[in-house]
Design a protein around this ligand. Structure first.
Ligand code: BJ8
Length: 425
């Protein structure tokens, strides 16, 4: 690792020893899970590179942006609108993490029965191993699930720049009004942070940038409907994960390049998995880097994941923002409309999510759905039961998995997934 990077991490206040340890674990997991796959598209080399430099070159780029006067905003949820951040001369980065770290210290601040995603957020801060978090000029927490909402009160004691955004819990007119008011408050906070007044031209441009990123990933999603599937679910998940870190324009180009390659693979009938491999739809909690455990288990049974009904997947990326408005007010309305459609399990009731799962089941020619719920995640574990019932009533095979970030249950999960995949064959 270059001295430049080490100095940069040190300046950011990282604990170099713990950080080395994290990079080693991440690198090993990547080798064992990603590089062990066969018949990967060549263009995945870009995403391999991004991952190898995820704490290096990308952080250097963010630091250069900061030096040039741009602001960095960290977020834990797809409800934080990237369009508004970009229009206010700020870059939005995802902060959710998918690995346990500094758990002893974490459990001094949070109850043991808190979901792994929240604990991981605290672990990365307390262990001083996340350069994205340390590089952020503003960290946005959102009132989604109770776990996050209350955890942000404690996070506020250990970071100096937390901004909390309220999020509605019902898809009603007052719910939409709340989201709109919160997005205007966020716009003002971004303007205050960067000193840049958001105007219609800037907002229109940023909508276009984010829409292009979404259009590229929609293209990727639709290519996964082919049989044989031209890309593994693990690789597609990685692209979905990089969505939250990379420069948006470069990301769009890279996804379009891989889509070009996938189109030619479809023409030649070259698949990441053989034709007729059981097709799985993953549904449930978001999977942040390096939470690759369950997809890895699924795909090593010979089944292939063809879609993710998840915030790191279609739930997060599916709708575009209408860019036809010509005033800030019109464009802000379009932003509110787009995000108000997100069917996170924090909403009650949440019929859109059920319909979306069934729609994806049909479109992706899915054989079975695996519902992934993080242990102690009330919204998704609660919703998993009616999801299962709704799918079973349509004779759609479904497997409900509850797990965390540890590797202790790998054997048990393998047995359950293998038995499920057997039924689908
Ligand atoms: S819009 S899914 S990104 S809130 S796993 S922390 S729900 S207890 S992550 Fe999410 Fe936004 Fe919703 Fe998407 Fe709570 Fe569950 Fe933990 Fe979770």
């Amino acid at each position: 690792m270059s001295d430049d990077y080490r100095n940069m991490w040190k300046d950011l206040g990282l604990d170099l020893k713990s950080h080395d340890m994290l990079l080693e674990i991440l690198g090993k997991a990547y080798q064992d899970i990603y590089m062990a796959q066969k018949d990967r598209p060549e263009q995945m080399s870009y995403f391999d590179f991004v991952m190898s430099e995820v704490h290096g070159l990308r952080i250097k780029e963010l630091m250069d942006e900061k030096a040039a006067g741009r602001k960095i905003i960290g977020s834990y949820c797809v409800f934080v609108p990237e369009e508004i951040a970009l229009a206010g001369n700020a870059t939005l980065v995802g902060l959710c993490s998918g690995a346990d770290f500094a758990m002893e210290e974490v459990e001094r601040l949070l109850p043991r029965n808190t979901c792994a995603l929240i604990k991981s957020t605290f672990g990365f801060k307390l262990g001083k191993v996340c350069p994205y978090l340390e590089a952020s000029d503003m960290i946005v927490g959102e009132n989604t699930c109770d776990g996050k909402k209350k955890a942000y009160e404690s996070l506020n004691d250990i970071v100096s720049n937390l901004y909390v955004m309220d999020i509605p819990q019902m898809k009603t007119d007052p719910g939409r009004s709340l989201l709109k008011a919160e997005y205007y408050r966020f716009k003002e906070a971004v303007e205050n942070l960067s000193g840049v007044k958001i105007d219609a031209a800037g907002l229109k441009k940023s909508i276009e940038i984010v829409n292009n990123k979404r259009k590229a990933i929609h293209r990727l999603y639709s290519l996964r409907k082919a049989d044989p599937v031209p890309i593994s679910g693990l690789d597609a998940l990685l692209v979905n994960q990089v969505f939250f870190y990379d420069n948006p324009v470069r990301f769009t180009e890279s996804v379009n390049k891989i889509c070009d390659e996938l189109e030619s693979r479809i023409e030649k009938r070259t698949g990441a998995f053989p034709e007729g491999a059981p097709r799985i739809l993953m549904s449930g909690c978001p999977m942040a880097v390096p939470n690759w455990k369950l997809p890895w288990i699924i795909e090593t049974t010979g089944a292939v994941i063809v879609g993710e009904e998840s915030c790191v997947g279609e739930r997060g990326a599916r709708n575009l923002t209408d860019d036809s408005g010509s005033t800030v007010e019109e464009l802000m309305e379009a932003v509110v409309d787009r995000y108000f459609n997100i069917d996170c399990a924090i909403f009650t009731p949440n019929p859109d999510r059920f319909n979306h799962i069934i729609q994806m089941y049909k479109e992706y020619r899915v054989d079975g759905v695996i519902h992934f719920g993080l242990q102690f995640c009330q919204p998704y574990l609660m919703e998993a039961i009616p999801v299962e019932k709704a799918l079973e009533s349509k004779n759609i095979p479904v497997l409900r998995i509850e797990t965390d970030y540890s590797m202790e249950d790998v054997g048990q999960l393998k047995t359950r997934v293998e038995a499920f995949v057997e039924i689908l064959k």
